[in-house]
Ligand binder design. Structure first.
Ligand code: R2B
Ligand code: URA
Length: 307
């Protein structure tokens, strides 16, 4: 990507924002990260970032940072320890180990959408070159064994649309939800024959709810029947959908719009063709949640080794 001049990229790989207003701000406050261009030296703090890993929960992102730290043999600067860099925000939690940033995004499109605005601006202000974003998440699989890792080759919403929809100033704006196909191939190729889990390419569906929005019949409300659910899930299978989660369209569309290479890697915690409830013990779920992290760790190590 270096050397390219585009709407979203300078020749040196730093980002160009699709928003001329930001340049004119005296101070840009990244409110939900509790960081600002005046109170923090963002270039010094984040200028060396190459990879941004996002996932739902703060705890998982802390574990991910610890895991990746040992994977890349990174020693934190003397006298420092791993700490939440957005602690004052009381919203998200963010950890940095050398070139890797791990940040949680909460649940659902609005939450990850806010984070993507602010992380993209952070990359811009910090003059980061060619960052790669990952969402490392959990999902419900459709006909897949629990623990399977799904690397999304494409993304759809509940209606089968391949774009992210947002209402802006009273208008409905659609942005294509596209992912980097080369990255999909590279990630799936990193499965090893002795891995205890399978890795598949898939079509990830993004829902705006965990219960009714994913056809579940075990929410507090349910005005559809078990048959409606089964028909819907079968329809999704026909459309090629492999798994359901709650952030995919925003993640794919906003990274694509920003010109940022990105991959969406989810682990299935339940096979929705067998039921709605997540009945597996917490320890097993936590072990499954390591699967996408292992894959991304291998990718990051490979890139760093080749530099
Ligand atoms: C997967 O898991 C969460 C819901 O339990 C949601 O953030 C998602 O995408
Ligand atoms: N996350 C979801 O959004 N759905 C599931 O079924 C499991 C995790």
């Amino acid at each position: 990507q270096n050397g390219e001049v585009s709407e979203t990229r300078n020749p040196d790989g730093t980002l160009r924002l699709r928003n001329p207003n930001i340049e004119n701000l005296k101070e840009d406050i990244l409110y939900h990260l509790a960081l600002s261009t005046v109170s923090h030296d963002l270039v010094k703090m984040f200028g060396d970032v190459k990879f941004v890993c996002m996932g739902g929960t703060a705890k998982r992102m802390e574990h991910l940072a610890q895991y990746l730290q040992s994977e890349i043999n990174y020693e934190l600067p003397i006298g420092t320890s791993l700490c939440d860099l957005t602690e004052k925000s009381h919203r998200f939690a963010m950890y940095k180990v050398g070139p890797i940033l791990c940040v949680n995004h909460g649940m659902g499109v609005p939450s990850i959408g806010i984070l993507l605005h602010e992380i993209t601006k952070l990359m811009y202000h910090a003059k980061v070159k060619n960052p790669i974003f990952f969402r490392i998440g959990t999902c419900g699989g459709i006909g897949l064994k629990e623990g399977t890792v799904i690397v999304a080759k494409s993304v759809v919403d509940e209606m089968g649309n391949t774009f992210h929809t947002q209402k802006i100033c009273g208008k409905v704006v659609q942005r294509p939800a596209k992912l980097d196909q080369q990255l999909v191939k590279e990630l799936t190729s990193l499965r090893k024959s002795d891995d205890t889990f399978n890795v598949v390419e898939g079509v990830t569906m993004c829902a705006d709810d965990f219960y009714e929005g994913q056809g579940r019949t075990d929410g507090a409300f349910c005005d559809h029947t078990e048959e409606d659910k089964v028909n819907y899930l079968n329809e999704l299978v026909k459309r090629g959908v492999t798994n359901i989660e709650m952030e995919a369209t925003a993640f794919a569309a906003l990274t694509h719009y920003a010109g940022i290479k990105a991959a969406l890697i989810n682990v299935a915690l339940v096979n929705r063709l067998n039921g709605d409830q997540v009945t597996t013990p917490k320890e097993t779920l936590l072990e499954w949640q390591n699967h996408p992290q292992i894959l991304v760790g291998r990718y990051i190590k490979k890139v760093l080794r080749s530099e």
